[in-house]
Design a protein around this ligand. Structure first.
Ligand SMILES: Cc1ncc(COP(=O)(O)O)c(C=O)c1O
Length: 399
C-alpha cells in the first residue's frame, strides 16, 4: 500500500513537473533507469533530445566529458566548497552577473530559500509568483524551516506585473490587523510552469524600480536565466542588475549533475556558507559539478546563437513536412507546441526515432500537444541527418 502510494506520488511529481514530455521509451521512473549500455552503442552517444533543458548525458558520457576536461586542464578539487574549480566557478559567475560575490549550493531549492530568508531579515512575508518553483515545489520550506510566509501573486497568469503586485500589497496592508513586514519580492524568469515564457524586461524594470522606492528586496529564480538571455538578447548582468540576489542552476543549461549558484552583495553571500552548514548541505567535494558547469559556461552565448539559428532552420523544414506543425509560444524561449496529424502515429514515430536514430521525442499532453524543446544536443548532429531521420520516421509512422 505504502509502495503504491510512493509510486503514485512519484508519477504525480513527474506530471506536475511537466515531465509528461518524457520520451516514449524512457521508463517513467527516470532517465537513469535507461539501458545505459544500449545508449552507449549508438553511433553517437549523445542523443538529440527534444525534451530536456540540457544534453541529458548518460553516466558514461559524463565521465568521458570529465576526462576530456581534466586532460585539457587538470581539475583542481575543492574542500568543503572552498578552492579549486569551485572558486573559479564562483568568481566567473560573480563577474558574469556583475555581483560582488557568488557561492555554490547543492540545490537551487536551497539557494532560493536562503536568499529569501537572508534578504527578508526580520520581515516575515515574501511575495512570490503563484506558479513559481519557490511557491509550488519547495515543500513549504519558507514556512516550515525559515519562519517566512510566502504570499502568492499572479494566479492564472504566466507572470505578474506591477499592478498585480501593488494589489497584493494593498490587500495585505489593508486587511491584516497585526502588521508584520514584507521583505522580498521574487520573480522566476523564464517561467518553467509557463513553458519557458519570458517575463518582459519592462515588467521587471517597473517592478524593480517600485521595490527600490519602497525598500523591498528582490530575488531572481534564474534557474534557466541563460535561456532567457539567449532569446531576449538581454545580458545576465542586465537581468541581475534589477535584483539583489540571483540563483542560477548548474544542471539545467550547464549540464552538471546538480548544483546551484547564488550571486549578490558580499555582505549577504558571506552569510550563506554558515546557513548551508546549518541545513546539512556542506558537501565535502563538489568539483565534478563545478568542472562540468565551468566547461559549459565557456562560450555559452555563442553556442546559443548557433542553436537558435539551427533550430529555426530545423523547425521551418519540419513544418514543411506533411502532418507536422510546430508553433512558438507567445513570449516564449526554447519550447514549442508541436502537433502531429492523426494519420501519423506519434508513438510509432517516437519509437522509430529513438531506436534507429537516438532522437528523443516527448509524449503528447491531454490536448494532443508535444512540448518540443530545443537544447544544445541539436549541435551534436548535422541538420541533414536529423531531417532524414524525421522524414523516414514520418513515412514509417504514416503506414
Ligand atoms: C525554476 C526552478 N527553480 C528552482 C529549481 C530547483 O532546483 P534544484 O533541483 O537544484 O533544487 C528548479 C528545478 O527544477 C526550477 O525549475
Amino acid at each position: 500500500m505504502e509502495k503504491k502510494q510512493a509510486k503514485n506520488n512519484r508519477r504525480n511529481f513527474l506530471k506536475t513537473c511537466s515531465l509528461s514530455t518524457f520520451p516514449f521509451l524512457i521508463p517513467i521512473n527516470g532517465i537513469n533507469k535507461m539501458e545505459s549500455n544500449k545508449r552507449d552503442t549508438y553511433k553517437t552517444t549523445t542523443p538529440v533530445n527534444f525534451i530536456s533543458d540540457g544534453l541529458a548525458m548518460s553516466p558514461n558520457d559524463y565521465l568521458l566529458k570529465l576526462q576530456e576536461i581534466n586532460q585539457s586542464k587538470p581539475i583542481e578539487a575543492d574542500f568543503y566548497g572552498n578552492g579549486g574549480v569551485l572558486t573559479a566557478l564562483e568568481e566567473k559567475f560573480a563577474k558574469l552577473t556583475g555581483k560582488e560575490k557568488a557561492i555554490y549550493l547543492p540545490t537551487g531549492t536551497m539557494a532560493n530559500q536562503l536568499a529569501i530568508k537572508l534578504l527578508n531579515g526580520d520581515n516575515t512575508k515574501a511575495i512570490v509568483p503563484e506558479n513559481a518553483h519557490i511557491f509550488r515545489d519547495e515543500a513549504d520550506a519558507a514556512q516550515s524551516v525559515h519562519n517566512k510566509r510566502l504570499v502568492p501573486v499572479g494566479k492564472g497568469k504566466p507572470f505578474f506585473n506591477l499592478a498585480d503586485l501593488k494589489n497584493t500589497i494593498d490587500y495585505l496592508y489593508s486587511n491584516e490587523v497585526f502588521k508584520s513586514g514584507l521583505g522580498t519580492i521574487a520573480i522566476e524568469n523564464p517561467i518553467r510552469r509557463a513553458d519557458g515564457t519570458l517575463v518582459p524586461i519592462d515588467v521587471i524594470r517597473e517592478i524593480a524600480s517600485y521595490c527600490k522606492e519602497k525598500g523591498y528586496k528582490m530575488h531572481l529564480d534564474g534557474a534557466r536565466i541563460h535561456i532567457a538571455a539567449a532569446y531576449s538578447k538581454i545580458s545576465l548582468a542586465e537581468y541581475a542588475s534589477y535584483f539583489d540576489t540571483v540563483y542560477i542552476s548548474l544542471y539545467k543549461y550547464l549540464n552538471a549533475t546538480g548544483g546551484a549558484i547564488l550571486c549578490g552583495d558580499a555582505a549577504l553571500i558571506d552569510q550563506v556558507a554558515h546557513q548551508i552548514k546549518i541545513l546539512g548541505g556542506t558537501v565535502f567535494q563538489n568539483w565534478s559539478n563545478a568542472a562540468v558547469a565551468l566547461h559549459y559556461l565557456e562560450g555559452i552565448e555563442k553556442r546559443w546563437e548557433e542553436i537558435i539559428l539551427t533550430s529555426s532552420k530545423l523547425i521551418a523544414d519540419l513544418n514543411n513536412m506533411k502532418g507536422i506543425s510546430i508553433k512558438p509560444i507567445t513570449n516564449g524561449t526554447n519550447i514549442y507546441n508541436m502537433e502531429i496529424a492523426e494519420k501519423i502515429d506519434l508513438k510509432k514515430l517516437a519509437i522509430y526515432l529513438y531506436n534507429e536514430h537516438s532522437i528523443w521525442l516527448g509524449r503528447a499532453n491531454e490536448e494532443g500537444i508535444v512540448k518540443f524543446t530545443i537544447n544544445e544536443s541539436i549541435l551534436t548532429r548535422s541538420l541533414e541527418d536529423i531531417l532524414i531521420a524525421w522524414k523516414k520516421g514520418i513515412e514509417k509512422a504514416s503506414a
